[in-house]
Ligand binder design. Structure first.
Ligand SMILES: Cc1cc2nc3c(=O)[nH]c(=O)nc-3n(C[C@H](O)[C@H](O)[C@H](O)COP(=O)(O)OP(=O)(O)OC[C@H]3O[C@@H](n4cnc5c(N)ncnc54)[C@H](O)[C@@H]3O)c2cc1C
Ligand code: FES
Length: 273
């Protein structure tokens, strides 16, 4: 199993170009695949890349997108990286316009990803919306026996569940796919039935905070993949600092995956969309 065995990333902050092999639409999301033959071939699940494009990055209204944007890789197989995203602004809009054969500029892999489950516990993976992305490669590592709980706004978003191996438990806000419930309702049922678990969660801040509180209630270790606005991705700008019980940390080098018990709250100012 590939895990973070270095305290911090050793990736050189040098931009390189990966070659786009496919751009697919998956319900409400887009999936970009790119061959990164010049980069490390073993990015850890839960790490991330700073993405931009060789051409037409910037130059839109107010010159946006000016800075690259952070994305967790959804999968990494034989040098091919996949990124899953929803169009929410100028960066994701430009990435969605990419076509096979074009260049995807990237820096990474960056940050500290998921660590193995606590010994003797079963892994429970909890994803909310686009937060399902870094759980895909983590399921690839852990194997299909890991419990998967996924929550989405609607059936169009829930199409991302088809990327996973096996049959994840799915909840939607409107009941258009799976159960009409919150993904944290599914987590409470799982922990009620068997609390000998380690929880791995990624999703919007409100969901992560609910997961953090639930895991504290059941005394279950939780690893939370957090977001904050990132300008550089490798520790230089201090734009991504978040408060922890030990003081402020740079999420790009000390995270993005943090133990829930290190946080007073996962409701981080300015994070998520
Ligand atoms: C470590 C990490 C991994 C990520 N992985 C993914 C991924 O796999 N897939 C994915 O779709 N997105 C991911 N994101 C989020 C992605 O980087 C942002 O949504 C990005 O800002 C989108 O760029 P944009 O130009 O399209 O939109 P922007 O113009 O940057 O943002 C659009 C709207 O969303 C708000 N917003 C979005 N993200 C943030 C944020 N992080 N902080 C503050 N406000 C925000 C903005 O205020 C604005 O209203 C990740 C973020 C981090 C930090
Ligand atoms: S994004 Fe620049 S220091 Fe973290």
């Amino acid at each position: 199993m590939k895990v973070a065995d270095e305290p911090r990333t050793l990736a050189p902050p040098r931009r390189r170009t990966a070659h786009v092999t496919a751009v697919e639409r998956l319900g409400a999301y887009h999936l970009v695949r790119a061959l990164d033959s010049g980069g490390p071939q073993d990015p850890q699940p839960g790490q991330f890349y700073m993405l931009s494009t060789d051409e037409r990055w910037g130059g839109g209204a107010d010159e946006r997108p000016y800075l690259p944007r952070a994305f967790s890789h959804a999968r990494a197989r034989e040098g091919e990286l996949s990124f899953l995203f929803e169009v929410v602004g100028p960066g994701t809009a430009r990435l969605a316009e990419l076509r096979a054969g074009e260049g995807l500029a990237l820096v990474g892999p960056l940050g500290l990803g998921w660590r193995p489950p606590r010994e003797g516990t079963r892994p429970v993976l909890v994803g909310g919306g686009i937060g399902t992305a870094p759980l895909l490669c983590w399921q690839d590592e852990l194997g299909p026996e890991a419990t998967l709980l996924l929550g989405f706004r609607s059936a169009a978003h829930a199409e991302a569940a088809s990327l996973f191996v096996g049959r994840p438990e799915v909840a939607t806000d409107d009941g258009s796919a799976g159960r009409q419930a919150l993904v944290t309702d599914l987590l409470r049922e799982q922990l009620d039935a068997d609390p000998v678990a380690t929880v791995f969660a990624c999703g919007p801040p409100v969901m992560l905070e609910a997961v953090r509180l639930l895991c504290a209630e059941f005394a279950v270790p939780a690893q939370l993949a957090l977001e904050s606005g990132m300008a550089c991705g490798f520790g230089a700008c201090f734009g991504c600092v978040v408060p922890t019980k030990e003081g402020y940390i740079r999420l790009c080098v000390d995270g993005p995956v943090l133990d829930g018990e290190r946080l007073e709250s996962a409701l981080l100012g300015g994070a998520g969309h």
